[in-house]
Write a protein that binds this ligand. Structure first.
Ligand SMILES: NC(=O)c1ccc[n+]([C@@H]2O[C@H](COP(=O)([O-])OP(=O)(O)OC[C@H]3O[C@@H](n4cnc5c(N)ncnc54)[C@H](OP(=O)(O)O)[C@@H]3O)[C@@H](O)[C@H]2O)c1
Length: 439
């Protein structure tokens, strides 16, 4: 861009927590390179809840000219504010902040997956109506530029499938369970000690966080609005080190996976643990890293890999969006993206999805157990690929593992119910879907 076009773009940042602080640090440390690459950015407003803390951050990073407020409306009301960066999270008042900024024709950058996974459509339409940009790269997989890739670089593709390790906490826990033979509780405690898991880890381990990200990704990829409440999710708390070990015996790695597919008639989107072939690129993604595996008709397959959380990696995506918004402003172009959901396909019910299943059962050790299990499966129209006895239990019972052929989830539920009621069965310990074809 010619020097004369380089006007200073004014930013209001709302929220200086983990990501907000990461953004502030990048803006401070990389100010010169950003100004030379794109155009100068000025932090005009910082809106926080705790003014003393906010002032300390500004002083430490040298933002001497920034106005500090505890009232975000003050920052929005300033006609000089060009870009509003919402980093407080949650629905209220984030939705109000973003709506007000867009309605005033200001560009908005957010990392808010909760909000975008529920109200993304309405906010993008509002942005388009006011010729404003709404960028939300950091809402999915922190530093990995997957939204920009789907919306722009890969926009010439018809997307067939998106598989994602989109939650670092569960990937860290499963990696620990696999590599240290830890139980779930030990691995979770380890993740909490390292700051990878919250004190209340429910949203991560039950799959809610991943479901939000998959709602956003599938809406973009399939141009059909999927909201968070439409995504079926199952968590990893029931997985034991025995499942991890048996998966390894079969050549699989257990991953918490987001799966989104579209056959043109319906969208399938779900989050749950999966046994993936060790040869699949996603099986190699360790620790708290994220990865998204995309299949497009022209692209074929590509994997995006990186850090899905943390102040600096997430801040990297936020600052990238700020720069994109600033460039657009400098060129006078407003709403670049808008809402790309031009159709509304049904979301397939989880009961109608088809997978192979691994089922781990504890039974009494007696003649005829295999035949009875096969009978129960057959009564539910589930056909068995293999069955094997894995270990003798200390009290004389046995642990049996069944792998099914591809089966509808509704039939699996009937089969599990029949198996649970068999006299020789003590418990169904776990069932996990097997994604054999996903590579
Ligand atoms: N952390 C990550 O790695 C990550 C990754 C990807 C996306 N995200 C998303 O990024 C957003 C921010 O997450 P975070 O981890 O940075 O959260 P956080 O550490 O809890 O920070 C949020 C900050 O916003 C402040 N705040 C709350 N309400 C406010 C208001 N009305 N006005 C001004 N400030 C207000 C909070 O102040 P108090 O300290 O007083 O509560 C806190 O400092 C969320 O949408 C999250 O989902 C986070």
């Amino acid at each position: 861009m010619a020097e004369e076009e380089k006007r200073t773009v004014q930013i209001a940042l709302i929220g200086a927590g983990t990501v907000g602080s990461g953004v502030l640090r990048i803006l401070a440390e990389n100010a010169e390179i950003i100004a030379r690459r794109a155009l100068p950015l000025q932090l005009r407003w910082l809106s926080v809840r705790n003014k003393d803390r906010g002032q300390r951050i500004l002083d430490e990073l040298g933002f001497g000219e920034t106005r500090l407020t505890t009232d975000w409306q003050e920052a929005l009301a300033d006609p000089a504010t060009d870009i509003v960066v919402e980093l407080i999270g949650g629905i209220t008042p984030a939705r109000e902040i973003i709506s007000a900024a867009l309605a005033a024709g200001k560009s908005v950058v957010t990392a808010n997956k909760d909000l975008m996974a529920l109200h993304g459509g309405e906010l993008l339409q509002l942005a388009a109506a006011h010729q404003a940009n709404l960028f939300f790269e950091a809402s999915v997989c922190g530093g990995i530029p997957i939204i920009q890739a789907l919306k722009e670089n890969l926009a010439g593709n018809r997307f067939l499938e998106i598989l994602g390790i989109v939650n670092g906490t569960t990937n860290y826990i499963l990696t620990r369970m696999q590599e240290s033979e830890a139980d779930f509780a030990e691995a979770l405690a380890d993740a909490q000690a390292l700051g990878y898991a919250e004190a209340d880890p429910t949203a991560d381990v039950e799959g809610d966080d991943a479901a939000r990200k998959m709602a956003i990704l599938s809406s973009i990829a399939f141009n059909s609005r999927v909201t968070y409440d439409m995504v079926s999710s199952e968590g990893i708390a029931g997985i034991s080190r025995w499942d991890i070990r048996y998966a390894a015996d079969f050549g699989y790695t257990i991953k918490m996976l987001g799966i989104a597919r579209c056959d043109g008639e319906a969208v399938e989107v779900r989050v749950h643990p999966v046994m993936l072939r060790n040869s699949h690129p996603l099986a190699t993604v360790r620790d708290a890293y994220n990865a998204v595996f995309v299949q497009g008709d022209a692209l074929d397959k590509a994997m995006f890999y990186g850090r899905g959380a943390g102040g600096a990696p997430t801040g990297s995506a936020v600052v990238g969006d700020i720069i994109a918004a600033a460039r657009d402003l400098a060129r006078g172009c407003g709403s670049r993206w808008g809402c790309t959901c031009y159709r509304q396909l049904p979301v397939r019910h989880i009961d109608d999805t088809v997978s192979k299943y691994y089922i781990r059962v504890q039974v009494q050790d007696r003649v005829g157990v295999f035949a009875s299990l096969a009978q129960a499966l057959s009564a539910a129209s589930v056909s068995m690929d293999s069955v094997m006895q894995k270990r003798k239990l200390p009290d004389g019972g046995s642990e049996i593992v069944i792998i099914t052929h591809p089966s509808r989830h509704s039939n699996i539920r009937v089969a599990l119910d029949l198996i649970a009621r068999m006299e020789c069965v003590r418990e169904i310990s776990e069932y996990i879907r097997v994604e054999d074809d996903a590579d």
